[in-house]
Design a protein around this ligand. Structure first.
Ligand code: 13P
Length: 253
């Protein structure tokens, strides 16, 4: 049985004091959850969040990292730096980074390899735009992104990765007015799982955790997460409120 991983992606929100308050409020609400609870916070919140999440079941992640260990990369943060303060998870290749910061399939692949070599748990994002979906290209796009992200990885490495299927058109801040149905989400995740099975075999494809992301809220979490292939979610807007996020984490209690 694959574990459900419910990860919040705060994006560029919350100051350290907000993060501390949030974790203090969330801790008792999720302490009995059998699901993995992760908060991917801004760099400036990482240290405070790690301190305040100590001795809780809340894991802390970053939202990006560089693939080089050090050097003349002004403004960047390396995986080694994340690891050195105790960060466990890192989001790689979020659609916002692909769209606004020239993140490519190649850099996603390099970052993934680096994160795995350091023992960080990567959450790799893939997903199509609305026009790609409307033109019948969703499956191709998602499979290509997945294959390129995982290129050159060994079976045991692929098993350690979390993939987040995030159809860009379904992200709450994109305002296409559309959201993926649980059937859309499950179908796309099955495409990904099938492709992983083709390349890495059925044991790997059965074990790899594939989340859904895009307008996940307390009102739809149960429906989504009970689908056969959806192993939890990567939650944006709804992860900014501790009560709301706790309801998503506790969708099955
Ligand atoms: P929303 O949950 O706000 O739609 O954001 C999804 C997302 O981008 C999470 O990484």
């Amino acid at each position: 049985m694959r574990k459900k991983v419910i990860a919040g992606n705060w994006k560029m929100n919350k100051l350290p004091n907000d993060a501390i308050e949030f974790i203090t409020e969330l801790t008792p609400l999720v302490k009995n959850s059998e699901n993995e609870v992760v908060l991917c916070v801004p760099y400036t919140d990482l240290f405070y969040s790690l301190l305040h999440a100590q001795d809780t079941n809340i894991k802390i992640g970053a939202q990006n990292m560089h693939f080089e260990e050090r050097g003349a990369y002004t403004g960047e943060v390396s995986g080694e730096m994340l690891k050195s303060i105790g960060v466990e998870y890192v989001i790689i290749g979020h659609s916002e980074r692909r769209a606004y910061y020239n993140e490519t399939d190649e850099t996603v692949n390099k970052k993934l390899k680096k994160a795995l070599s350091l023992g960080l748990k990567p959450i790799v994002c893939v997903g199509e735009t609305l026009s790609q979906r409307e033109n019948g290209l969703a499956k191709d796009v998602v499979i290509t992104q997945t294959k390129l992200a995982l290129q050159g990885l060994k079976n045991e490495e692929v098993e350690k990765i979390i993939i987040a299927y995030e159809p860009i058109w379904s992200i709450s801040t994109i305002s296409t007015g559309k959201t993926a149905t649980k059937e859309d989400a499950n179908e796309a995740i099955k495409w990904i799982r099938k492709e992983i099975e083709k390349i890495y075999g059925s044991e790997v494809s059965e074990n790899v955790i594939i989340q859904y992301g895009g307008s996940v809220k307390s009102g739809n979490a149960k429906d989504l997460f009970e689908m056969s292939d959806i192993d939890g979610g990567l939650v944006g807007g709804a992860s900014l409120d501790a009560q709301e996020f706790a309801k998503i984490v506790n969708y099955n209690v």
